[in-house]
Design a protein around this ligand. Structure first.
Ligand SMILES: *Cc1c(COP(=O)(O)O)cnc(C)c1O
Length: 337
């Protein structure tokens, strides 16, 4: 997208792409589920969009499938390459298998065996390369250059953003009554850009509130500087959002569509994982709990009462071994309201 577009026509462009995205060949329409205990504690109606229930246990399958399905026959035949140690890797691997496309996923050499096996078991090639994510990414881009395979970005691509935007299409269909705000976790900004574009075009009164980890608040830094700054370091407890620079396409939407941004601490994420467990008996990964942690912070600050808030529960890929740490920190932090 270029500057030639007015803001409204940029949104319209995304809304059309979202309405046409054929994600349901692989993704499911997830429930929008009330959280009764959290709602009572906070004095507001809280609804959870259960993206942790997708195949591969995160929303990433939507964007990955929407990207891959729209490649030309020649591109499909040459295959795709990406870099990821997490949910995007699983999404690309599954979408590629479904569509009969060869996928190469470059993962940092330090990636846990479990995640490497997760990619290989879905039929993709996992290449271990580099000390950390930036090195794996550089290698993936080089591979795309030398082999002619298409690089699939985890967030900085209009087709990926449109795939993630189908989450918002479902929310507005599932909840037609008053809706005050949607709280969205932010990593590279693909999810929030898709959601914000759809909602601001159709229901501009609904507030879009982004929630970042205080250890990777790259959208906040970019909005403050009015350009896409690169964070000098990034914390990885919330590994799904551990991104140092907001995507260019996402930033183009976020700079005028995001009403407010909040940051939360790791301990607040642990407490939110417990809140979600108490209401759903489901375990969320740290990034998946960002939106609920953000709602708690927002309500405490604004003293909002009687409003309706949606939290995107974005994923559930957490190592079982990490649960001990999460439970310990949650015990130190809690009491929801
Ligand atoms: C990728 C991811 C996010 C952030 O999405 P972006 O499009 O990178 O902003 C949030 N939660 C989970 C679980 C994710 O995997």
């Amino acid at each position: 997208m270029t500057r030639v577009h007015t803001q409204q026509s940029l949104l319209e462009h995304y809304v059309k792409k979202i309405l046409a995205a054929p994600v349901y060949e692989l993704a499911v329409r997830t429930p929008l589920q009330p959280a009764p205990a959290l709602s009572a504690a906070l004095g507001n109606q809280i609804l959870l969009k259960r993206e942790d229930l997708q195949p591969t246990f995160s929303f990433k399958i939507r964007g990955a499938y929407n990207k891959l399905v729209q490649l030309s026959p020649e591109q499909k035949a040459r295959g795709v390459v990406t870099a990821s140690a997490g949910n995007h890797a699983q999404g690309v691997a599954l979408a590629a298998r479904e569509l009969g496309i060869d996928a190469t996923i470059v993962m940092p050499a330090t990636t846990p065996e479990l995640k490497v096996l997760g990619v290989r078991s879905r039929g993709a090639d996992a290449l271990l390369h580099g000390e950390s994510f930036p090195f794996a990414l550089a290698f993936a881009l080089e591979l795309a250059q030398t082999t002619g395979k298409t690089f699939v970005s985890p967030f900085d691509d209009p087709d990926v953003i449109a795939g993630q935007g189908t989450v918002a299409m479902e929310i507005l269909r599932q909840h037609q009554g008053p809706l005050d705000a949607i709280f969205v976790p932010v990593g590279g900004g693909g999810l929030i850009a898709g959601i914000a574009a759809y909602v601001k075009y159709l229901r501009p009164e609904v507030r879009i509130i982004g929630v970042e980890s205080e250890h990777s608040a790259c959208l906040q830094a970019a909005l403050q500087a009015d350009q896409r700054v690169v964070l000098p370091s990034v914390g990885t407890f919330a590994d799904g959002v551990a991104v140092a620079q907001i995507g260019a396409h996402g930033f183009e939407v976020c700079r005028f569509c995001v009403d407010e941004l909040l940051t939360v601490s790791n301990d607040e994420l642990c407490a939110a994982i417990k809140n979600i467990y108490d209401d759903t008996r489901s375990i969320t990964e740290p990034s998946g709990a960002l939106a609920v942690a953000g709602i708690k912070k927002y309500v405490a600050r604004s003293a909002a009462r009687g409003q309706t808030f949606v939290a995107i529960d974005s994923g559930a890929n957490i190592n079982f071994d990490s649960l001990r740490h999460v439970a310990e920190r949650a015990a130190l932090c809690d009491a929801p309201a």
